[in-house]
Design a protein around this ligand. Structure first.
Ligand SMILES: NC(=O)c1ccc[n+]([C@@H]2O[C@H](COP(=O)([O-])OP(=O)(O)OC[C@H]3O[C@@H](n4cnc5c(N)ncnc54)[C@H](OP(=O)(O)O)[C@@H]3O)[C@@H](O)[C@H]2O)c1
Length: 218
């Protein structure tokens, strides 16, 4: 059995993607800052092959340690999803955004993904296949001066992901990005967590294209 690792897993998108991939036969590793939170979530997702690991994505040692432990406990990581919910400090208007706000946003959206990808890549190469999925809000596709930190840092994350898409395709490692404009909303035909989880599942199985949108940008 291989493993889906969700970096930044909570009750919304993370839980829905965990359920979807678990139903398809994957082991699931749930990573967030709180061990209690991911333990609770792992119980809700269910099954012996779902476990929680604590790490802050802004702490590279903790993040690589969590991914390493997940691969040892649950099996090699075939799918990595990077989807922590950005902190509200990263969502300030452009002219209120300080260097300190940007430092956090860059650690969160650029250093975190590079750390996670570099940790799982050797295992994917050994497996001979892999999928790396990024989830971002609308500011990941069109900068929004009301949320400057994510707009700036998501641009870097998107550039990294897009280059990875091209670079890793010959190795049967598919890289995709889901852009979710607006809020994730239960019951919404475009942004219900289960609908988004199905889209991410199809990104993993179809293995074509890089960026998909949950709905049109306004
Ligand atoms: N929610 C929305 O309306 C919305 C809209 C558009 C796009 N998105 C995208 O969708 C994804 C999140 O979906 P969601 O809102 O449904 O989230 P979720 O899966 O319910 O939870 C995400 C989890 O990220 C964890 N997290 C936050 N900061 C972290 C950090 N520094 N290190 C490690 N984990 C961290 C939090 O858990 P802890 O507090 O335990 O760390 C949180 O529970 C993100 O990629 C986001 O950009 C969300």
């Amino acid at each position: 059995m291989t493993t889906l690792a969700i970096v930044g897993a909570g009750r919304g998108l993370g839980a829905a993607v965990a359920r979807r991939f678990a139903a398809e036969g994957f082991s699931v590793a749930l990573i967030s800052r709180s061990q209690e939170h991911v333990d609770e979530l792992a119980k809700e997702v269910g099954g012996a092959d779902c476990a929680g690991y604590a790490a802050d994505v802004r702490d590279p040692t903790a993040l690589t340690g969590a991914l390493d432990a997940a691969a040892r406990d649950l099996g090699p990581i075939e799918v990595l999803q990077y989807s922590p919910l950005p902190h509200r400090d990263f969502l300030r208007p452009l002219l209120d955004t300080t260097v300190a706000d940007l430092t956090g946003a860059v650690e969160f959206s650029i250093y975190g993904p590079v750390t996670a990808v570099r940790q799982v890549l050797p295992g994917m190469r050994t497996l001979g296949r892999g999928t790396i999925l990024f989830a971002n809000g609308g500011s990941g596709a069109r900068p929004n001066p009301r949320v400057a930190g994510t707009s700036i840092a998501f641009a870097g994350e998107g550039a990294y992901a897009s280059m990875l898409h091209t670079e890793l395709a010959p190795e049967n490692i598919h890289v995709g990005q889901l852009i979710i404009p607006g809020a994730i909303t239960a019951g919404d035909p475009h942004t219900d967590p289960d609908t988004l989880a199905a889209t991410l599942w199809h990104l993993h199985t179809d293995r074509t294209g890089f960026r998909v949108f949950a709905r049109d940008l306004d």
